[in-house]
Design a protein around this ligand. Structure first.
Ligand SMILES: Cc1cc2nc3c(=O)[nH]c(=O)nc-3n(C[C@H](O)[C@H](O)[C@H](O)COP(=O)(O)O)c2cc1C
Length: 350
């Protein structure tokens, strides 16, 4: 069932329009500098995420593994991540705890020199669910070792769980277990398209996470993905829930702006489509920008289409740096920006 679910998600997300109806990145404008006083060729996009050194402040986000096409996609992403020296996550490794024979669909990425490798498990798996036991520390060591991972994403996906026909809807006790896990593992708390607000960010900080990957509203909507799956499964109630909650959540740039000075590293994701969105992410206070849905379509086509798209994205990032007079990522962080539209409404919420 899980295996089918993952291949359904990959197919639906790359063949249908499952984006939220509003992309909040369009509500941010960077300010043009007509006399930048820097040379384009001397721009440095290099950055650090803790001690990991990346050539660009970009990761390709957690998406897949656990089935044969998932292995091909992970390998295509891994080759590109190694070529460009950017970070990479894999999809939920929950399936490995039952089917060790699928290990290579994830571990394939170990064959490439990727500067930031991120393991992945769902927050619902931290506690016992109806049909499944909670993950143990040994399980977490195992899934990290499969990738030789530098960090582990614990993904919060309750919007998806509530819409999905077979969703895990128990959430009591996660915070306490997260605290224990954070004392032993380098954890990144990650959403999957519905974002984090300030209060949740502070609770995550108190639990001891090292970073927050906001994955907010603007791009892939898991309510939309599950809407289409429920439709295929003839589950009328879930089909309707998916429609109603299509745009539910906290906008990605709002999440970044509210969490950017709580003392944690912030990954900006959810709706990043190009290098200008990456530049906006850095300007509003993120450390890295993460791309999922947009990269998936290219990754499915092959290594070369994904490489060409990611090379275009880094050129777009450099163009934004040049046109704002930023010769380094540090300098880009200090630039001013203008906020309009619905994002401005969100910023009035305290
Ligand atoms: C097909 C697909 C599968 C995904 N699977 C996972 C997953 O297993 N674990 C996870 O943390 N996030 C998963 N995500 C969520 C992404 O990592 C990301 O948080 C979300 O899609 C928002 O980014 P985007 O708008 O760039 O797509 C998945 C996304 C897609 C499109």
């Amino acid at each position: 069932m899980i295996e089918n679910r993952k291949s359904d998600h990959v197919a639906i997300a790359s063949e249908r329009d499952v984006n939220s109806h509003y992309n909040y990145w369009d509500d941010i404008q960077l300010i043009h500098n007509a006399m930048p006083e820097i040379n384009y060729d001397e721009i440095s996009t290099e950055t650090y995420f803790y001690r990991r050194n990346l050539k660009y402040p970009i990761i390709i986000e957690s998406m897949t593994g656990g089935f044969s096409q998932g292995k091909v996609i992970n390998e295509n992403i891994a080759k590109v991540a190694s070529e460009l020296q950017i970070g990479m996550g894999v999809g939920s490794q929950r399936i490995l705890l039952k089917k060790k024979e699928l290990t290579d669909t994830f571990s394939v990425i170990k064959e490439y020199d990727i500067p930031l490798r991120i393991a992945n498990i769902g927050a619902p798996q931290l506690i016992e669910q109806h049909r499944e036991k909670a993950v143990t520390d040994d399980d977490l060591y195992y899934i990290m070792n499969v990738l030789d991972a530098h960090f582990i994403d614990i993904h919060f996906n309750f919007l998806q769980e509530v819409v999905q026909p077979e969703g895990d809807k128990k959430a009591k006790g996660i915070e306490m277990r997260l605290k224990e896990i954070c004392s032993k593992f380098p954890v990144i708390a990650k959403e999957t398209g519905a974002g984090f607000d300030y209060n949740t960010g502070m609770r995550l900080k108190r639990a001891g996470v090292m970073a927050i990957d906001v994955s907010g509203v603007s791009g892939t909507s898991f309510a939309a993905v599950e809407h289409y799956r429920a439709k295929e499964l003839n589950d009328r109630v879930r089909e309707r829930l998916g429609l109603t909650y299509w745009d539910w959540g906290i906008p990605s740039p709002y999440s970044v702006m509210t969490l950017n000075n709580i003392g944690l590293k912030i990954i900006s994701s959810g709706g990043i489509r190009n290098g200008l969105d990456v530049a906006k992410s850095i300007v509003i206070g993120a450390d890295l920008a993460g791309i999922a849905g947009h990269a998936l379509r290219f990754a499915r086509e092959g290594y070369r289409p994904l490489l060409e798209e990611m090379q275009t994205i880094v050129e777009e990032l450099k163009a934004a740096m040049f046109l704002t007079g930023s010769k380094s990522i540090e300098s880009l962080r200090t630039k001013k920006y203008l906020v309009s539209g619905r994002l401005k409404d969100w910023l009035e919420y305290k």
